[in-house]
Design a protein around this ligand. Structure first.
Ligand SMILES: [Zn+2]
Length: 432
């Protein structure tokens, strides 16, 4: 509607102009050399208008001819850009769908059409990785790492490759370079933490650990490896305060306190941990400096003062009583542990020793020992360190599982993990 109105207005203006021109009076005379041109004013005005239009069109045409190569080049570039963008999209789709061949073909097409940009280099690298061409990926990542606008992406890719081929020295170098390019990146922090764990650099692993990481395990390991006594004690205290139920944390702390001459503080830490989670190694530490059997028994009583009913306390008191020659006491504690439901191999072996000490080489004593040993053969297994991630048993504690590398996964466990046990339990036996 507006357009129609505009056309009508323009038409009206042109008509009015033509009317005014047609009404102009007089003649126009022009002399060029010997030739004289004479025309009525409206005709001359129309002629001038036509001349202007023809000249204008000529100049436009000339301009278009001059600009032609540039225009064609711009059109070709725009076409390449459009085709390149399509290739980028197709590469992304192929990567998402896991189409190795398509991804590599489209990525190289995108690179050919759009040149080496951070985007095309990254796509070429990822397509190479998907296609199992690590060399191709590495070349693209290196090209990316050399660019200012893609250095972090390139280093990140190279770091991932180094980690996968377990080249820890190269990985550490790349992590340091990436940290320089992008300080404090969350992903990098996580990777550096993993590398520190792999390299057994526990202090660095602890410094880089997330809030929910098992810091007690890392701090305990860091304390053990720390040569500086003050720093080691600080790390050990941190480990123990984080998780007093972790024997390694309590032992690391108590050991450093003992080395510093603070024996009563060391024993207080051990007693606290025994109350939280008794472990034979804690008792071994507490009794290590005492030789007299009676004094050892007293030390065991002090240690177990807060939880004398615990199976571990009963076993410790029974052993210490036996060593002190108090076989009646030893039997009382061992029988109390058995009455509480303990049926481990170590209990029956201890009972066999008690029988031997009490009855000696008599018929009755031999029978009682044989009975205890028979029970030991079929008893529950003794507790041991077990990974709660992969369920593997280990002879000693370590901050990471030697099998699956999970941090802080080793637990002092009396039974195989629940997932393993379930298969052994006859299902439906409790049903009526
Ligand atoms: Zn494991």
């Amino acid at each position: 509607m507006l357009r129609v109105l505009l056309v009508l207005i323009v038409g009206g203006v042109v008509l009015a102009l033509a009317w005014v021109l047609a009404g102009l009076p007089g003649h126009v005379t022009a002399e060029v050399g010997e030739t004289t041109f004479e025309a009525a004013t409206p005709v001359a005005a129309l002629g001038l208008l036509l001349l202007f239009v023809v000249l204008y069109l000529l100049f436009r045409l000339l301009g278009a001819v001059v600009r032609l190569p540039r225009t064609l080049a711009a059109r070709r570039a725009a076409q390449r850009r459009r085709t390149g963008d399509i290739a980028v999209n197709r590469t992304l789709l192929a990567l998402a769908a896991g189409e190795k061949g398509d991804a590599r073909r489209e990525a190289s097409r995108a690179r050919r059409l759009l040149g080496d940009t951070p985007q095309t280099l990254l796509l070429a690298a990822e397509a190479g990785r998907l296609g199992g061409r690590e060399d191709e990926a590495e070349t693209a990542f290196r090209a990316l790492a050399e660019r200012q606008d893609g250095a972090f992406l390139g280093l990140r890719g190279l770091l991932r490759q180094a980690i996968e081929r377990e080249d820890w020295a190269e990985a550490a170098t790349l992590a340091r370079q990436a940290e320089t390019v992008q300080p404090g990146a969350a992903w990098l922090r996580h990777e550096r933490g993993r590398l520190a764990i792999r390299a057994g650099n526990w202090s660095e692993a602890l410094a880089l650990a997330d809030a929910d990481a098992p810091k007690a395990a890392l701090a305990a390991a860091a304390a053990e490896a720390e040569p500086d006594a003050t720093r080691a004690q600080r790390l050990a205290r941190q480990a123990w305060q984080d998780d007093a139920s972790l024997p390694s944390a309590a032992l690391a702390y108590a050991r450093r306190l003992r080395e510093a001459g603070r024996e009563s503080r060391a024993l207080a830490a051990i007693r606290h941990s025994w109350t939280v989670a008794p472990h034979p190694d804690l008792a071994a530490f507490a009794l290590a400096t005492i030789e007299d059997p009676m004094e050892r028994l007293k030390a065991a009583q002090r240690l177990t003062d807060a939880n004398p009913q615990h199976a571990e306390s009963r076993l410790l008191l029974a052993r210490a009583s036996l060593e002190a020659g108090l076989t009646g006491e030893a039997r009382r504690h061992a029988e109390a542990a058995r009455a509480a439901g303990l049926n481990q191999r170590r209990l029956w072996l201890l009972l066999a020793e008690i029988e031997e000490a009490e009855a000696g080489d008599t018929e009755e004593g031999r029978l009682a020992q044989r009975d205890a040993l028979r029970h030991a053969a079929t008893a529950d297994p003794d507790p041991q360190w077990r990974c709660n991630a992969c369920h593997t048993a280990h002879a000693s504690w370590s901050p990471t599982c030697p099998d699956c590398q999970t941090v802080g996964s080793l637990r002092w466990s009396t039974q195989p993990a629940a997932g393993v046990l379930v298969q052994d339990v006859p299902t439906g036996s409790l049903l009526p």
